[in-house]
Design a binder for this molecule. Structure first.
Ligand SMILES: [Mn+2]
Length: 314
């Protein structure tokens, strides 16, 4: 399959690299990891990185590409295969479409090739393996991006998704001369304000009878501290992780941009994915999400999570 994708790259004069919206480090890392490596290898081709942006963009401004150019291009979609995670304009127009992903979902968009590895720690790891298998040089910019993506999705090599292969890839990336201290500072240094918000957040988490921890982040809470919904949803949930008594934790955040409630579900050993899927979402077995319209639905999710603990009686 790698060979076929390589042939597609060679056949096209323009290549567009997209990834899911509200990008996390792995979305950016896989995107720019592929981008910088292909740019160096194929200087004569037009290569674009597209999508929305946020405060985790440690790379460069995103490109604007017309429908006309996209329609003639080989388009990559990275770190998702699900429509609801994508902006239509990022995958609809293409000559050929290639997916790279490590999630459990079944694609609901049409594609030509699908490079899938649910055992990979991250899409960045898949991209690194892809480049290595084709002997496309991973330059330092590419290595930095891919390393960031792996660090992001493995929680600095702490999650179970980290495999011997992940470390092999990380070793190869380090050999490119990237500075991991700089990388970690860029990702993890935070402001005093941020630390204070985390304390406020943590002090108001709630628990079900089975110690499912959750927090409902209302519009009022976001407004009071002038917080971004994506930040609250994705960055604050970690505050509930790593607590002995808490088997499952969930974060519910009102997002005024689309009038939805973003739901993030996490667990060490309960498969919360089944609950996310029931409510139209997806992701990984132990880390996943969905979005719903009402707080009543949120209460149903909390109930289901509580039931999950009850059922397994752990
Ligand atoms: Mn990922």
């Amino acid at each position: 399959m790698e060979r076929e994708v390589y042939n597609l790259i060679q056949e096209h004069d323009s290549i567009v690299i997209a990834r899911h919206k509200n990008p996390d480090l792995d979305a950016y890392g896989s995107q720019f990891g592929l981008y910088y490596a292909l740019k160096a290898r194929f200087p004569e081709k037009k290569i674009y990185a597209i999508g929305d942006t946020n405060n985790q963009n440690y790379f460069q401004d995103m490109d604007e590409v017309s429908e006309e150019i996209k329609s003639k291009s080989l388009v990559f979609v990275l770190d998702t295969v699900a429509k609801q995670m994508l902006n239509e304009e990022d995958y609809l127009y293409h000559k050929k479409l290639v997916l790279f992903d490590h999630h459990q979902n079944i694609p609901d968009i049409e594609y030509d090739y699908y490079v899938r590895d649910v055992d990979a720690s991250s899409t960045s790891e898949i991209v690194a393996s892809f480049l290595l298998s084709l002997k496309i040089d991973i330059n330092q910019s590419s290595a930095r991006a891919l390393y960031m993506g792996i660090v992001g999705d493995t929680g600095r090599f702490m999650y179970n998704s980290t495999t011997p292969h992940t470390f092999k890839i990380a070793a190869i990336l380090l050999e490119k001369g990237i500075n991991i201290q700089d990388i970690h500072d860029q990702i993890y240094l935070e402001t005093l304000d941020n630390k204070r918000i985390k304390a406020i957040y943590f002090n108001s988490i709630e628990l079900t009878k089975k110690n499912v921890a959750y927090r409902k982040n209302t519009e009022e809470f976001l407004n009071e501290y002038n917080l971004d919904a994506n930040f609250v949803s994705r960055a604050l949930i970690g505050q509930m992780a790593g607590i002995q008594e808490v088997p499952i934790w969930a974060n519910f955040t009102y997002d005024k941009n689309n009038n939805k409630i973003l739901c993030e579900l996490r667990s060490r050993n309960f498969q919360v994915l089944e609950v996310a899927k029931k409510f139209g979402g997806g992701g990984h077995l132990y880390a996943c999400g969905c979005s719903v319209d009402t707080w009543d639905e949120v209460d149903l999710i909390i109930k289901d999570l509580n039931k999950l603990v009850k059922k397994e009686g752990k």
